[in-house]
Design a protein. Sequence first.
Length: 332
Amino acid sequence: MKNRFTDRRRKKRRKKILIGTLSLFFIVICIVGYLGFQVYDTAKESYSELERDNDMSELRDTKVKVGNEPISIMLLGIEDYSSDGKGGRVDTQIVITLDPKSKEVTMTSIPRDTKVQVPVEKVGSEYAGTHKINAAYTYGYLTNYGGKKLAVETVEDLLEIPIDKYVAVNFEGFHDIVDAIGGVEVDVKYPFWEKNFYSNDRIYFDEGITEMNGEEALAFVRMRKRDVNTVYSRDERQRQFIKATVDEVKSGDTLFEINKISEVLKDNVETNFKPSEILALQKKFPTISSTSIQTKEIKGTTPEVPGPSYFIPDLNELEFLKKELKDSLKLS
């Protein structure tokens, strides 16, 4: 009797950890997953192709085998509340690389104001030209080229690496999933405040360990206009929050509401990961922690000049980053 009780408790805990991990696979970093019946159904409903030839990047000679070869994933955080779910804009772009053999994981933030060129052959003369990189999603949507497709291809042009998979999450889903897992504990490095999107009240973040609910987490990762942003950047906070969330799920201390999470994912997440590919990754990455994730960034400056405020990458640093990412993907 005692052994059966212990086994049931162990299985329940294991199931809780795995199901929660799949939810964060979609929402945060796409590293691990669990294919229970209900979550498998959710993965199928969230599937959405990029409409690329042979479903692969133009920078690939052959289609990558998920689970066997190094792959890259682009995480898109989309703000579409002001457009009633139509179009919107990309507020977060993070590139993940995964090597199933070495188990190496990298995470690179793409500053939303990075100066790029949007080609006329993709969006026409009305939207082509010099833009901030987060505008690519909007222009791709408006011209029927494909918002996610143009966002992915613009990052490919910047980093000169193929983006094999994407996961797009809107911020309503981000808010709901954080609440569903019972909040996330983050070590705030510098105090600051940001307005609550839902009530317009101020949310104050004190230095030190802070337990955040969905509304607080959204304010934490979105703040970009306070003076503290120069020493505690938005990109750094987003990377920090992702790593904290991975650890939160890995701890298995929170009971997850499977039905609620499934509905949140169906309504707020799109990805070109097939359920079978998620399973393949889960087998290669059964566990993950924040300490195993290497964080990278694009270094540069934002000159104070008349007109739009662009982030200009340091070309030497950018070339070094490109080489690092190519090495992570085992590209020549």
